[in-house]
Write a protein that binds this ligand. Sequence first.
Ligand code: ADP
Ligand code: MG
Length: 729
Amino acid sequence: MAQFRFNALREVLNREPAAFVREENLISDYYGMMVFDQAKMKKYLSREAYKAVTDAIENGTTIDRKMADQVAQGMKAWALENGATHYTHWFHPLTEGTAEKHDAFIIHSADGGVIEAFSGKILAQQEPDASSFPSGGIRQTFEARGYTAWDPTSPAFISETTLTIPTIFISYTGDALDFKTPLLRALSAVDKAATEVCQYFDKNVTSVRTNLGWEQEYFVIDEALYMARPDLVLTGRTLMGHASSKDQQLDDHYFSSIPTRVNRYMQDVENEAYKLGIPIKTRHNEVAPNQFEVAPIFEEANLANDHNQLMMDIMQKIARRHKFRILFHEKPFAGINGSGKHNNWSLSTNTGVNLCSPGKNPKSNLQFLTFVVNTLKAVYDHQDLLRASILNASNSHRLGAHEAPPSILSVFLGTEVSKMLDLMEEAVVDRKMTPDEKTALKLNIGRIPEIILDSTDRNRTSPFAFTGNRFEFRAVGSSANNASALIVLNTVVANQLISFKKAVDKIIEKGIKKDEAIFQTLKDLIIESKPIRFNGDGYSVEWVEEAKKRGLTNITNVPDSLASYLRPENIALFNKMGVLNESELHGRVEVEYEKFVMKIQIEARVLGDIAINHIVPTAVEYQTMLLENVKNLKEVFSAEEFESLAGARKNLIREIGEHVSAIKALRKEMIDARKVANIITDIKQKASVYDTSVRPYLDKIRYHIDKLELIVDNEKWPLPKYRELLFVR
Ligand code: ADP
Ligand code: MG
């Protein structure tokens, strides 16, 4: 057994960095070459068809069948010229990752052979046999029909030899079965609500788009070591492993020189990404050993999210070439930093204004403050929903531990913006003044000074931070589909903007000037949302106390957190915003509960198996060796000498025995706890029982295994240790 571990280590030490052929050309020469983008559409489509697609992208118009046929012909021609043999509808089911089913372009020809064909009908809609995707009861297996439908706003691309068409995935009743459908609805809700608010400031604004810049953190592990850890292979995280004496204490990994093997891997990934039009910009070492980050230039949120999903897929695939495995799990290693996926979020107008960036003059600053304050209020009112969007089995290990945001939602604004809000809060706006007095007062918007942001004004400990021209939602987990967070964020912001507009209009109706009405309403929102503002250390214990005093919620367990989706007011909210109807919401939450239960169930089984198959036999073998040794000592030495020589050894034998017995007993208890949980039919209750009565065994059993790891002869230990997983490369 230990042989396996040492062979793996030897294999890693003998590795050469994979040969890497650098592209001869500039990135700009091959960027997007595998994407059916606007330039290619122009070349391959008729004028009419080109216009139909660009209209659909820009104005959300529908593409009729005739036009779709033309687009399909153009796409096919381009795809065949570029080596594609197959096509697929690509979608984001509620599982992790994406789904695809490839079909060859061929159909029978009259002469008994085949020809390549593709049509508007196939481009626009498909009916995959989708009965195995989770729907949370929306789709019964006997009516398993699910449809994928083309999303023209995210361009088709060629992945290896397959023309890949981004699509939504819905049931035959039109209910969303995926992440993309509600994401598109939520983006459109914000577009509508924000555009109306922008009309106060600029009549030329006709649309507002959401931008997303994701920062993806991940661990890189050598394939041989990974394969020697069944827990990593099956659960994506280590279920056991004593802390390495050295890990990240010296902060010597963050931003340090990127190891050559990893660097070659990154370049390889980036090349692929560029061909697929993913604008990767940044790569660096992260805090934990063997942890890294990749980030693109931000893009429109739906496209950016497709790109993130695609990128995660590419990263896994290319890792094989370099004999690596990528860990996207939020907490692959206990005791050191986990991985997140910061969602940098902003709104911008068709006139090119970033609504999350302070303007150059008082008027645009009032617009900026409008969006900041409304976002603040939305986060404050919907802390629980935002948390529910990001808290799951894996991310719950990360939140609140080692340099990760806690489960408490708060917003960091930085000194400058905070000062502005304080000024506005103190400004005299007396509702009871007569209209004449009010005119006299002429609430002077001019006093909003130019806001100069200090770029060092950062706070890494905040789960939701304003960073100069955007908000960063940092609590999002590394393995997540960003859509989960964005669906909620955009829904609550859209809702808030609508109620803001109502409030302002009401004041305007009373004959008060627009700017003043906006100012007054913002002032109210600033006061109401004050408790969510926190510029201090989000990692500190004091903050937990302080947040409690402020009445902020701090739900750390997944089942309770998920339940917030189904509060009547939240069901009404998603419904009103047209993002998710009640049955879609129920379905989604049920899927999340299922996932939670399955993940813990799998972890429990894997840990139980490894404990019995790997750990206990190894410990017993070592114990037997010690027993032999004691017996031999007894034979050779006098009774008196023997006692002093064998005392410590006997204790060690006892200690091993105790840990082994504890592991066996706890494993049995864990199995019994699972049996109790498994017969519960109510899925939320089942998840809660899994959380409270099965999950704790993972840590309890691990405790004894980790103790044994310290005691048992290194030569015998079967699993690569933390120090090896994190430092051997
Ligand atoms: P840091 O680690 O300092 O937060 P990075 O450069 O790693 O910054 O990542 C920042 C991310 O934020 C990038 O994806 C970047 O494109 C994105 N970003 C920058 N400005 C905006 C904006 N206005 N809206 C959305 N995302 C943005
Ligand atoms: Mg960042």
